[in-house]
Write a protein that binds this ligand. Structure first.
Ligand SMILES: CC(C)(COP(=O)(O)OP(=O)(O)OC[C@H]1O[C@@H](n2cnc3c(N)ncnc32)[C@H](O)[C@@H]1OP(=O)(O)O)[C@@H](O)C(=O)NCCC(=O)NCCS
Length: 412
């Protein structure tokens, strides 16, 4: 069946998380993703294993809809096969540490020379230029250096990492946009180009509203923050909404770790909330009858809502507030989500089979295209498609494949 990216062939050298999330999305949308692994394989295959000798969930959840081949890029015959693949692919992707591509002999100028039409996409911690360019990076390093840690957490607590993998997966999504844009430009110019996403830059981009607040501080305090003491940088905001409307996580019964409802008090819903939780008296209370007053008395307002919520579960409170059109959402655990009917209906948690691990689940594709339905295929075993790709895609005969294997171009 025709898919959005049918006919696009990706030579995917990426490993760990930042690159593989991007190539997996491209695979979901129909690209033929050929994952090139070193003879040892992507390190995540063996990391955080739950089942002995089976590819870990760390690997399987990030590498669906790909074919795997092994190639030793430090072996002359391995380099030869790789060069042939560069000639017939549309995109080559990598997220190696600084200098690795140069050492392998496949820097952008070389790749561009081999195939002027190919798009080359790289994730680097900090880009290829600048004082930080030589540093390696992982998720939390990028979160730290992109401004996320300093703005996440409670005001009087330490900086906190966020559970969303904004440094790795967030960068992968940015890279995907860059690749698709470069492919569109190639349609007009016939030329490929180099796409680079630095994890630090992408985290900064995802923290964009914190930079809004950084500059607003020059003109006075940020009135929407519950804590009104400021220095000259954007502070941690706890669960404050951080937007034009006030919001916070309200504790509900029975008081477990995730028994909270996140409630946004949109200006237009205040009267309905006030009437529901405090009747006429609250409706006329001058501490809350205007957004400016509510900002000033924010902590008292949240306390009133918390007192009201103590009689209800997060789901009951959600029903009450939805009836009066208040934007709100329960804090859902991974267990809640794994069993959620809405999640199932959206195909966001799908069951797959795997030769080594049996039944397992992967998250679905969050990008829904009406003419390109996503068919999620399990992650490949290491080198599962080496013979297939060499013969079908590159036209090698069986004895040539055997000779290359013998010469150490690949192991599986
Ligand atoms: C993630 C990271 C820190 C891992 O560091 P690392 O384990 O030392 O891995 P590197 O990418 O630096 O190096 C990979 C090595 O494997 C080798 N290698 C990779 N694929 C190979 C192949 N197919 N054949 C032979 N060798 C291969 C490389 O040549 C390199 O060896 P070298 O150091 O002798 O040149 C690093 O890759 C990095 O900073 N990447 C960019 C930022 C990023 O994406 N981080 C997020 C990861 S989720």
């Amino acid at each position: 069946m025709d898919k959005a990216l049918s006919g696009i062939r990706i030579l995917d050298m990426t490993h760990v998380q930042a690159g593989p999330t991007c190539s997996q999305l491209l695979g979901f949308l129909g690209a033929d993703v050929i994952k090139v692994e070193s003879p040892a394989g992507d390190a995540t295959r063996k990391q955080l294993r739950d089942i002995p000798d089976a590819d870990s969930l760390y690997f399987t959840m990030l590498n669906c809809n790909k074919r795997s081949i092994t190639l030793n890029l430090k072996n002359p015959q391995g380099k030869e096969v790789f060069t042939k693949l560069i000639k017939i692919c549309d995109v080559v992707m990598e997220n190696f540490g600084p200098g690795v591509l140069d050492r392998l002999g496949f820097a952008w100028n070389k790749v561009h020379e081999i195939n002027p039409r190919i798009v080359m996409a790289s994730v680097k911690g900090f880009g290829t230029e600048g004082p930080y360019a030589a540093f390696k990076a992982y998720e939390n390093v990028a979160q730290a250096m992109g401004g996320s840690l300093s703005t996440t957490g409670l005001r009087d607590g330490p900086p906190l990492v966020t559970g969303a993998q904004i440094g790795d997966s967030g960068t992968g999504v940015h890279l995907m946009a860059g690749i698709l844009a470069a492919l569109l430009q190639r349609q007009r110019t016939g030329r490929g180009q180099y796409v680079e996403c630095a994890m630090m830059d992408c985290v900064m981009n995802l923290c964009r509203v914190k930079w809004r607040d950084h500059q607003r501080l020059e003109h006075g305090p940020l009135t929407e923050y519950a804590d009104q003491e400021f220095e000259d940088f954007t502070p941690r905001a706890g669960n404050d909404s951080g937007g034009g409307q006030l919001g916070n996580a309200v504790q509900c019964k029975p008081g477990g770790p995730n028994d909270y409802l996140y409630v946004v008090i949109q200006e237009q819903v205040w009267n309905a909330i006030a009437e529901r939780i405090g009747g006429e008296a609250l409706l006329n209370d001058e501490r809350f009858n205007h957004i400016t007053a509510r900002r000033q008395h924010q902590n008292e307002m949240w306390q009133l809502l918390t007192d009201f919520a103590s009689d209800y579960t997060k789901w009951e409170l959600m029903t009450i507030l939805n009836e009066i059109n208040v934007p709100c959402g329960p804090i859902l655990s991974t267990k809640d989500l794994a069993n959620d009917e809405h999640v199932k209906l959206r195909e966001m948690y799908v069951e797959l089979d795997h030769p080594e691990r049996g039944k397992w689940f992967n998250l679905g594709c969050p990008i829904k295209l009406s003419d390109s339905p996503v068919d999620i295929k399990r992650s490949p075993l290491l080198g599962e498609h080496t013979d297939e790709v060499l013969s079908e895609v590159l036209g090698y005969a069986n004895d040539e494949v055997a000779a290359l294997r013998q010469a150490g171009a690949f192991t599986r």
